[in-house]
Design a protein around this ligand. Structure first.
Ligand code: AMP
Ligand code: DBH
Length: 542
């Protein structure tokens, strides 16, 4: 059985195939067709060749098949940056099981929401995460979703089957199952979101494979590429732009870093002669600070990719000198469209723009509020459709009706300017989201939780400027009683009680008597952002 999703119209699919963009191959070909003796993944002291990666993922696939998992089933996976992430991903691909790969920073609230949406059969997680040290949370999850029968845990928690033992002890690799069809859902990508519940993005083999292939080509990945995976491995950027999958596609090597921290990464770069790294701007800023002390550690690095949030021109300009390598900016989204500055672009284009779309069939329009296209260098909203941009979120008809128009264009909520050469520069955002140094927070999700507090009457979450992160989050709260004595710490604790990911807990709370409203009666977030900016100026925090 295949998983329901919004397909591309037949006429588009035909063009994408005719152009050779969709090749009808399953994603597992990324590793099955790679030179098997090459090293695919370096993780701590472990080194896995493509042969190892293939055989381990076959073992796991055979084991899961014996458990009864079948094509069309789904799984929730939450793993840190370890080699098993890829073993698991490709094992699931072999038998047509579609995972949601949660970020390791995700917590009870996010995992519950994913389980509710996809009703998985299987959970694969790590006992390195507090939620999975015992079976309590798994029990809660399986009570809410009756199909969720199986758990596999990395580590030695002892309450579920151990992934390590399956990979070590199992010998049977006989498989009767097949990958899902190439134009069916392969897995779900996560959206940064702007709504109360996080939306899932169904990605097909065909569309994702294309974006990986084309990205690897643009970034000139080869079998000598050593790619440092320092961002959370489940994120679309280090997975596919070109990311680990781009490295696999050309038989290159992925070096796993447990965090983007400069000292951790610099040691790995030196030890494994890393050639390409991908970061969000706050991590880049820390690398730039640390690099002068470690300069000889970075000599192998040829390309530094930066994306996920707006990079300032001043940081961008430092990269070639301080890191001794080339910069590439990327404006991407888990929904699809990815823009790259090209390796042979002039330096001004590289430091001032976020690149241009990766292929000629990416249709990008920049539109005004009335929906009309604006001219070159005029600000407007980026809307797009193309061979790897999805046509709808998973099971979200109402939200889809708002963000996908009748021609199938995805309205990104990003405000951009496009120059005469098609290069995009991000200038703002028209969606209710905070971009905390690349980590996206949907304002509504946190506002809804705050409103559940018995003493909260209204709440509005807005971004506030921050030197390091670009943006942080500030919650304006109107308490029910004027002399409330309510404290930030109370609300922080309250939110943590729901088990939301740490990065979503507001950095600052402001208690006010009423929210300023727009003419239609919604919280006036423009005004609130100005209020907090003024307060930060007063506090000399800006
Ligand atoms: P997500 O929906 O979580 O995949 O996040 C994608 C969003 O991240 C985009 O729509 C942009 O708002 C933001 N983004 C990604 N890359 C950049 C960048 N280079 N500059 C500014 N914003 C970015
Ligand atoms: O922020 C993103 O989602 C993002 C950034 C860079 C992305 O999805 C990508 C590249 O593929």
């Amino acid at each position: 059985m295949s998983i329901a999703f919004t397909p591309w119209p037949e006429s588009f699919a035909k063009t994408y195939r005719e152009k050779g963009y969709w090749t009808d191959r399953p994603l597992v070909d990324l590793i099955d067709h790679a030179p098997q003796d090459n090293v695919a993944v370096l993780c701590g002291e472990r080194s896995l060749t493509y042969r190892d990666l293939c055989s381990q993922s076959k073992k796991l696939a055979a084991y899961l098949q014996r458990l009864g998992l079948k094509s069309g089933d789904t799984a929730v996976v939450q793993l840190p940056n370890i080699a098993e992430f890829y073993v698991v991903f490709f094992a699931l691909m072999r038998i047509g099981v579609a995972p949601v790969n949660a970020l390791f920073s995700h917590n009870e609230s996010e995992l519950k929401a994913y389980v509710k949406q996809i009703e998985p059969t299987l959970l694969i997680a790590s006992d390195g995460h507090a939620l999975f040290r015992n079976d309590a949370f798994f029990k809660t999850l399986s009570e809410s979703s009756e199909g969720l029968k199986h758990a596999l845990i990395v580590g030695s928690a002892g309450w579920a089957d151990s992934l390590d033992s399956v990979l070590r002890l199992s010998t049977d690799v006989s498989l009767s199952a097949q990958p899902s069809r190439a134009d069916d859902v392969a897995f779900f990508q996560l959206s940064g979101g702007s709504t109360g519940t996080p939306k899932l993005i169904p990605r097909t083999h065909n569309d994702y494979f294309f974006s990986v292939r084309r990205s690897a080509e643009i970034c000139q990945f080869t079998s000598s590429t050593h790619y440092l995976c320092a961002l959370p491995c489940a994120h679309n950027f280090p997975m596919s732009s070109p990311g680990a999958f781009g490295a696999f596609h050309v038989g290159g090597c992925v070096v796993m870093a447990s965090s983007p921290d400069a000292t951790t990464c610099f040691e790995l770069i030196k030890r494994h002669q890393v050639t390409v790294a991908a970061l969000v701007p706050p991590a880049l800023a820390l690398w730039l600070q640390a690099a002068p002390t470690y300069k000889d550690a970075l000599t192998s690095l040829v390309l530094m990719q930066v994306g996920g949030a707006k990079l300032s021109e001043s940081l961008a300009r430092q990269v070639p000198d301080v890191l001794g390598c080339q910069l590439q900016q990327i404006l991407g989204m888990a929904e699809g469209l990815v823009n790259y500055t090209r390796l042979d672009d002039d330096i001004d284009t590289i430091v001032t723009t976020q690149g241009r779309p990766m292929c000629s069939l990416d249709e990008v329009k920049v539109i005004d509020e009335a929906g009309n296209e604006v001219g070159a260098n005029v600000e407007g909203e980026l809307v797009t459709r193309g061979p790897y941009t999805v046509r709808g979120y998973f099971k979200a008809p109402e939200h889809n009706a708002k963000v996908f128009d009748h021609e199938g264009f995805y309205h990104s909520g990003d405000l951009v300017r496009r120059d005469e050469n098609g290069y995009l520069t991000v200038v703002g955002r028209d969606k209710d989201q905070i971009n905390r140094g690349g980590e996206k927070i949907a304002a509504e999700e946190i506002e809804n939780l705050l409103l559940k507090h018995e003493l909260v009457m209204h709440s509005a979450l807005v971004s506030m400027p921050d030197d390091m992160m670009g943006e942080k989050s500030c919650a304006f709260v109107v308490p029910k009683m004027a002399s409330h004595g309510m404290k930030s710490i109370t609300l922080r604790k309250y939110l943590r009680g729901f088990g939301v990911a740490d990065y979503k807990v507001p950095d600052r709370f402001e208690f006010i008597d009423s929210l300023p409203l727009t003419p239609v009666g919604k919280p006036n977030k423009v005004a609130l952002r100005e209020v907090i900016r003024q307060r930060l100026l007063q506090d000399k925090k800006l």
